[in-house]
Design a protein around this ligand. Structure first.
Ligand code: XBP
Ligand code: MG
Length: 253
């Protein structure tokens, strides 16, 4: 049996519910600032989440949901600048500290650090967004707790491709058997499973109906000692919240 050496955390939806109240409003603020009348409401945003990556999502919106928009000649530059503006609005929103970490996330990260477990971030979001979220929730130096921050355009093929997980594993000099992934979405589990990683899912409103049959354990949240998780699939082995002991048990099954 291989010993668990590292925890690989997705960000959006897993560490915090950033999509509905962070990314979505930031996109809308950028659209408004650019004089565009586009408005991504909660329902539409759920459909747009089929595509990961903000620039990719803007293109997908125009291909599938706003087909009458006349694209400017310099379309690539237009998307890039619109997305850069969205990143600015998003990091401002994070700095205001309105988005907390999900239940159990800080506790599990602290436990992992106390035990000397290696931790990393593996996400499709822009690196600045990760920095902003970590600073506002875990403190100014928290970014340094993570050995690798694999984010954004580091690999051209974003989740559901396995590339970002494979990149992080290579950087850490680990094989998939040495680590476990934490995800919240179909694109996330597709990516981690294709990288051969065992995966624990914590669902959210946008992902609760996704197919998580490739996951080892599916929970409504990581839970807390005073606030038990709900097990949606897999075995919680007598535990009522996700701690390192349960993570290790899941990894070894
Ligand atoms: C989240 C994403 C990201 C964010 C937007 O993926 O798909 O694209 O929605 O961020 P994950 P950017 O759950 O893997 O973190 O606009 O910076 O791309
Ligand atoms: Mg996610």
């Amino acid at each position: 049996m291989t010993t668990l050496q590292a925890l690989l955390f997705d960000v959006d939806g897993t560490l915090a519910d950033t999509e509905r109240d962070g990314h979505r409003p930031a996109f809308n603020m950028a659209f408004q600032a650019a004089g565009l009348d586009w408005d991504w409401d909660e329902l539409l945003y759920g459909k747009l989440l089929a595509v990961t990556g903000g620039k990719e999502r803007i293109r997908y919106y125009l291909e599938k949901f706003n087909t009458t928009f006349t694209k400017p000649d310099n379309f690539d530059a237009f998307v890039k600048s619109l997305h850069a503006s969205k990143t600015q609005f998003y990091t401002q929103l994070m700095a205001e500290g309105k988005i907390p970490l999900r239940a159990g996330v800080e506790r599990l990260i602290n436990e992992a650090r106390a035990e000397g477990m290696r931790i990393a971030i593996v996400t499709t979001t822009t690196p600045e967004n990760v920095t902003a979220l970590l600073k506002s929730t875990l403190g100014a130096n928290s970014e340094s707790w993570f050995e690798v921050i694999a984010a954004g355009d580091i690999v051209p093929a974003k989740k559901p491709a396995p590339d970002i997980y494979l990149w992080a594993l290579e950087k850490m000099n680990l094989t998939a058997r040495d680590a476990i992934a934490f995800e919240d979405s179909l694109n996330g589990i597709k990516s981690s499973a294709a990288a051969d990683l065992k995966t624990i899912i914590t669902i959210n409103d946008y992902t609760k109906d996704d197919d998580f049959s490739q996951a080892q354990l599916v929970l409504d949240s990581m839970g807390e000692p005073s606030n038990a998780f709900q097990v949606l699939a897999g075995e919680s082995k007598g535990h009522t919240f996700l701690n390192l002991e349960l993570v290790k048990k899941v990894h070894s099954t």
